[in-house]
Design a protein around this ligand. Structure first.
Ligand SMILES: O=C(O)CCC(=O)C(=O)O
Length: 311
């Protein structure tokens, strides 16, 4: 048997990281989850699969106008917020200045040189925000968090950063399978171009409107979980199923041919990925920040592990 499927090993790991599970405590009690914080948790433990994020309950073109705080945004940003419900993403051109992008790129180089940051999961440089005050500062900057908090109507907390030197080449997915919340809809991501992106260096791709698809969770592709073992299906099975689902719809696939400093913010359920890298000699420096809303249950659906998050 694959030991990774054996839940008691996760519980031991969780116990060893108990402090980093405390973020779920208040939400377990709010949503009536009577499980220890170190126990496995998945969508099977919850009564519904609906997003409760306020802009998912109607049309942001109507709802946003009624909200205090909407007027603090520039008219161009207000329009993007109004389009959020229809699109599931928004783009802020030139939000991050060139000097900051250059400083982040230098910082990532130095962290790698010093052996403080190395590739995991193939091509990902994870959690640079924990190693670099500069990058941590960007994740917490009001220019981002004010807008994210308005979009979710909740306080947000950065869960992780991922830096890429080259395109991710990742197949289509929605972040809700990786960073799942109860209630659903309380993950939001910021993607920052740290250099210009072209069709050749593996742009981010996404399907506008795909956030309205049903959330694909374990019961859709991986039924076999028992109290002691995870189901036998895994992430590639999820990717296959999502790809099939997307193919049944008539979405337009878009590529984000960003200029350095451009930012794309996506909805928890927007289907996106990394286009193939056509010219493998090219870099595509970028950084993603995944944020959770603070007061919700945060976990990883496939492995049923609560997220580890030190605040
Ligand atoms: O940057 C990319 O190519 C994809 C990143 C991504 O899919 C993610 O961070 O969820």
């Amino acid at each position: 048997m694959n030991l990774k499927q054996f839940k008691p090993l996760h519980w031991i790991y969780n116990l060893l990281h108990y402090k980093a599970l405390q973020h779920n405590k208040a939400a377990y009690s709010k949503y009536g989850i009577h499980k220890p914080l170190m126990a496995s948790i998945s969508s099977k433990d919850f009564p519904d699969k609906e997003s409760r994020a306020w802009l998912d309950t109607g049309d942001s073109a109507v709802l946003a106008l009624q909200k205090e705080g909407f007027r603090q945004f520039q008219p161009a940003v207000q329009q993007k917020i109004k389009d959020w419900s229809a699109n599931g993403y928004l783009i802020l051109e030139q939000l991050i200045d060139t000097a900051t992008c250059d400083a982040v790129n230098r910082e990532i180089d130095q962290l790698q040189e010093k052996g403080k940051l190395s590739f995991t999961y193939g091509n990902k440089l994870m959690f640079a925000n924990k190693k670099s005050p500069l990058i941590k500062g960007i994740t917490l900057s009001p220019a981002l968090t004010t807008l994210l908090q308005f979009l979710l109507d909740k306080e947000v907390v950065p869960f992780q950063t991922i830096n890429f030197i080259q395109g991710s080449g990742q197949r289509a997915h929605s972040d809700s399978i990786h960073m799942t919340t109860y209630p659903l809809g309380y993950l939001i991501a910021v993607w920052i171009a740290l250099e210009d992106v072209t069709p050749d260096n593996g742009p981010l791709f996404y399907y506008p409107g795909s956030h309205k698809l049903p959330y694909l969770l374990n019961n859709d592709f991986n039924e076999g979980s028992t109290p002691l073992r995870l189901g036998k299906k895994d992430y590639p099975d999820y990717e296959d199923m999502l790809e099939e689902l997307v193919a049944t719809q008539h979405y337009t696939r878009k590529e984000f041919l960003a200029k350095k400093g451009d930012v794309l913010i996506w909805h928890a359920n927007l289907v996106h990925g990394g286009a193939p890298i056509l010219n493998k000699t090219l870099t595509r420096k970028s950084m993603v920040i995944h944020y959770y809303a603070k007061d919700v249950i945060k976990y990883h659906e496939i492995t049923e592990r609560p997220s580890l998050l030190e605040e």
